[in-house]
Design a protein around this ligand. Structure first.
Ligand code: NAI
Length: 303
């Protein structure tokens, strides 16, 4: 198979000063992309700022013969997020790839979670992804090419104790990419979501040391890079990756049960049919909300 390369491509990777983002930036640069290495450089809970991590990754890329520039802006503010994308345009004249990866944690059980913990997580993850995507979308549309990969989490897809803030933001990101994918379809802009598992400073505290060593960020990077490639024609998809495991995750809807909507539908009727309503045998994915609505309409008409 021909080697997949990123010749003449410019990538922005947010939160690329360490962990997963660093692995993505190094891989893309090694395959020929010019990379904006963005990182605010704060602590894992979002306090502080430090230019060192982004600069170090840029130095590492350059030492290996690649091209990169640092950017130290926060994704969580509209002006500074625009500046991240502007760095790509001003340094390299274009942006082809955006990896929304920057992230922090503020885990607490619901009752102990301060509103600030909720808002901070929403602003870095959900707002940050929206701001960077919005800023990158215009030049991508203009050149009729773009690859966007955003970062969700199993905590959002499946739930996790103490992560109501993070889970909400992460599932919101998956929903955002579903919509961005539709808007990008006409312009060859693909938008997908990665659901990673890796040993990084975000997981050091919750995973045993021997497991951490086996789930290096480098094991997630190949599928993220593939999603950033010209070869990738997938869009609006979610992929789980970690420790050598790769799989697609999806939202599906069951066949369901349809009542006669000319008559009253009571709570007891729901109770009686709950097993059929819950049954996922024959469940399917929908390519859009319109397709789902059309399917429900046809069931109503057929009923
Ligand atoms: P990490 O802490 O090593 O990397 C995150 C980077 O984002 C840090 O370098 C940090 O300085 C940067 N950052 C934080 N806030 C920022 C802001 N406002 N603007 C710019 N940069 C900022 O953590 P890791 O694990 O590499 O996380 C990467 C992404 O993957 C995050 O979105 C995280 O939520 C997600 N994730 C990670 C999982 C894992 O197993 N490590 C599991 C599921 C999701």
């Amino acid at each position: 198979m021909e080697e997949i390369r990123f010749k003449n491509k410019v990538a922005v990777v947010t939160g690329a000063g360490g962990g997963l983002g660093k692995a993505y930036a190094l891989l893309l640069a090694a395959r020929g992309a010019r990379v904006v290495v963005n990182d605010l450089g704060g602590t894992f809970d979002g306090s502080g700022a430090d230019a060192t991590p982004a600069q170090q990754v840029v130095d590492e890329i350059k030492a290996a013969g690649g091209e990169a520039v640092p950017n130290y802006d926060s994704v969580a503010d509209w002006d500074s997020a625009q500046n991240i994308i502007k760095t790509a345009i001003e340094s390299y004249g274009q942006i082809d790839i955006l990896i929304n990866n920057a992230g922090i944690l503020r885990d607490k059980s619901l009752l102990k979670m301060e509103l600030e913990d909720y808002r901070k997580i929403m602003s870095v993850h959900l707002d940050g992804t929206f701001y960077c995507t919005k800023a990158a979308f215009a030049p991508m549309k203009e050149q009729a090419y773009g690859r966007i990969v955003s970062t969700a989490s199993a905590a959002g897809l499946y739930g996790n104790f103490g992560q109501a803030n993070y889970g909400a933001a992460k599932m919101g990101i998956a929903g955002m990419m579903n919509c961005v994918a539709q808007e990008g379809a006409r312009y060859n802009i693909k938008a997908n979501t990665i659901v990673p598992t890796a040993g990084t400073r975000l997981t050091f505290t919750v995973m045993p040391e021997d497991v951490i060593g086996k789930i290096k960020p480098e094991f997630v990077a190949p599928i993220v890079a593939w999603l950033c490639s010209e070869q990738c024609q997938e869009t609006a998809k979610m992929f789980s990756a970690g420790g050598g495991y790769f799989s697609r995750a999806a939202v599906v809807e069951g066949e369901g049960y349809i009542f006669d909507s000319d008559k009253e539908i009571t709570i007891e009727m729901i109770s009686e049919k709950i097993e059929q309503i819950m049954d996922l045998k024959g469940a399917r994915e929908f390519a859009s909300a319109m397709e789902q609505a059309g399917t429900v309409m046809s069931k109503m008409i057929a009923q």
